[in-house]
Design a protein around this ligand. Structure first.
Ligand code: BGC
Length: 252
């Protein structure tokens, strides 16, 4: 009999909450992904209730990792750019632990996606400074040095041309401003050049839903730094979340 290292990851997003058991040696899902619509309004109590359903659905009884679209320091939510304001200063570790009876580790969603890419995806084996950027409702960032995460960098909120960068260059901005891929790529290029000047990374990994369509826009971007599309797709948040919770050793 072999031992598998399993974890459970939950990805809390603006429209859906997704969960699965994760094989932490391979970075693969070890159960079918289960999704429930994010409740509206997405208050702490409403989210905690859905979270309990996700855990019950899988009968998971060990530690949980949870990816969340905000600053999270030692479990405490420190920003609310794209989430309900009632989350500010909430200790999500405690809230979710009491909702589920399980040990909980919280991680910022872009940090989680970056952990998944660094361990199993586009950043695997890469050293030096690597910057994960996710383009979705906002822009999330995950900064890595020799594979070690510096959490909560929040580079989507850099001020660029007089406004918050994510308002201009996120995937949502592409839809709201009705931009072609090429027009949007010009905004992303401007943003990447700014981040490049500040951090001089060796590699950018670009993720979020738009990474699936990278052939539409990535070739328009001309910068000195290497840019790779994320490869973990929809599962990046779940896998990264599972990576931050202590693994369960299970016989297989
Ligand atoms: C939030 C970040 C988050 C990013 C992507 C930003 O608005 O401030 O914490 O990682 O959106 O969801």
């Amino acid at each position: 009999m072999n031992k598998a290292q399993l974890g459970f990851g939950i990805d809390i997003g603006g429209t859906g909450m997704k969960a699965a058991v994760v094989d932490l040696d391979k970075g693969d899902l070890a159960s079918t992904r289960y999704r429930i619509d994010t409740p509206r309004p997405a208050t702490p109590a409403a989210i905690a209730e859905v979270l309990r359903d996700l855990v019950d659905h899988e009968n998971w009884t060990r530690a949980l990792g949870i990816a969340f679209p905000a600053v999270v320091r030692a479990g405490v939510v420190g920003s609310a750019a794209n989430i309900d304001d009632s989350w500010l200063d909430i200790n999500a570790n405690e809230l979710f632990a009491s909702a589920t009876g399980l040990e909980v580790r919280m991680v910022n969603d872009a940090d989680a996606a970056g952990l998944a890419e660094m361990n199993f995806g586009a950043g695997r084996g890469r050293t030096g400074v690597v910057m994960m950027l996710t383009f979705g409702t906002g822009i999330g960032s995950g900064l890595f040095m020799d594979g070690v995460l510096v959490p909560n960098t929040e580079l989507g909120h850099l001020e660029l041309d007089g406004s918050d960068a994510e308002l201009h260059a996120s995937a949502r901005a592409r839809r709201l401003d009705d931009l072609s891929w090429k027009q949007w790529a010009a905004r992303v290029e401007r943003y990447l050049k700014h981040v490049e000047r500040l951090f001089s990374p060796e590699l950018f990994i670009v993720g979020g839903g738009v990474s699936k369509r990278h052939d539409e826009w990535l070739h328009h971007i001309k910068i000195d730094t290497e840019v790779l599309p994320a490869v973990m797709g929809n599962n990046a948040g779940i896998v990264g979340a599972a990576l931050v919770a202590p693994a369960a050793q299970v016989d297989v």
